[in-house]
Design a protein around this ligand. Structure first.
Ligand code: HEM
Length: 181
C-alpha cells in the first residue's frame, strides 16, 4: 500500500486525536510492524501495518475499527480533492464522480503508480441511485464507505449509503447502494 495512505492516516490521528496518541499507537504496534512505524509518502508498505495501527487506535479510543477506517476514508477523500483536484473538477455530481473511480480515476492512478494495489468496483446506475460493488484482496470496504461519504461532502450533496456485506465479515466484498436524496 502506498506510503501516502499511511502518512495521511497518521496526520488524521494527529489532527482528530493528538500527536501524543499518534506516537503512542505507533509505539505499541511497533513490535508487529516491519517498518517499526516510519513511513514516507513515496514508499510502499504492507497494508497489514495500517490494520495494526487502526487496531491500536481502536484500543486507545474505544471506537470500533470499522468506524475509524470509515472516518479515515472521509478524511482521505478530502485530501484527494486537494492533491488530485482534476478528478473532482471534471464532473459535477457525486454519483458521476463515483462512477468514474473504476473506469477512469484508478486507471490513471495505476499509470502514475504502477505498483498501486487497487480494488475493483462494478457499477450500475439508475438515475439518482448508484450501486457500487466493491471487491478487493484487501479488507477495506469500510474505507470505501468513507471515501463515498467524503465524496458526497465535496459536492455538497446528501447521500444515503446502504451497505450489504458479501464477504461474511471479511470486509473485502461489499455492495453499496448510494442514493442522492
Ligand atoms: C481522486 C480520487 C481518488 C484517488 C486519487 C485515488 C487513489 C487511490 C490510491 C493512490 C490508493 C492506494 C493504492 C495503494 O496503496 O497501492 C487507493 C486505494 C483505494 N481506493 Fe482510491 N482513489 C480515489 C477515489 C476513490 C474513491 C471515491 C473510492 C471509493 C468509492 C476509492 C476506493 C479505494 C479503496 C477502497 C482503496 C484501498 C485499497 C483496496 O481496497 O484494495 N478510491 N486509491
Amino acid at each position: 500500500m502506498k506510503g501516502i495512505v499511511f502518512s495521511e492516516f497518521i496526520e488524521m490521528v494527529e489532527d482528530k486525536f493528538s500527536p501524543e496518541i499518534a506516537d503512542q499507537i505507533i509505539q505499541s504496534a511497533s513490535g508487529r510492524l516491519k517498518t517499526g512505524g516510519s513511513y514516507t509518502s513515496v514508499g510502499v508498505y504492507d497494508h497489514i501495518e495500517l490494520v495494526e495501527l487502526v487496531k491500536e487506535l481502536s484500543a486507545v479510543s474505544n471506537i470500533p475499527v470499522d468506524d475509524l477506517v470509515t472516518t479515515f476514508g472521509v478524511h482521505l477523500a478530502g485530501r484527494f480533492s486537494v492533491l488530485y483536484p482534476t478528478f473532482f473538477e471534471g464532473v459535477t455530481s457525486t454519483l458521476d464522480f463515483l462512477e468514474s473511480v473504476d473506469n477512469h480515476i484508478h486507471i490513471e492512478v495505476k499509470k502514475l503508480y504502477p505498483g498501486a494495489e487497487l480494488p475493483e468496483f462494478k457499477t450500475e446506475r439508475n438515475g439518482s441511485q448508484l450501486i457500487m460493488e466493491y471487491s478487493s484482496t484487501r479488507p477495506f470496504s469500510s474505507l470505501a464507505k468513507g471515501l463515498i461519504e467524503g465524496s458526497g461532502l465535496y459536492y455538497g450533496e446528501t447521500l444515503e449509503v446502504e451497505a450489504e456485506d458479501l464477504s461474511k465479515g471479511l470486509g473485502n466484498h461489499m455492495r453499496f447502494t448510494i442514493t442522492r436524496v
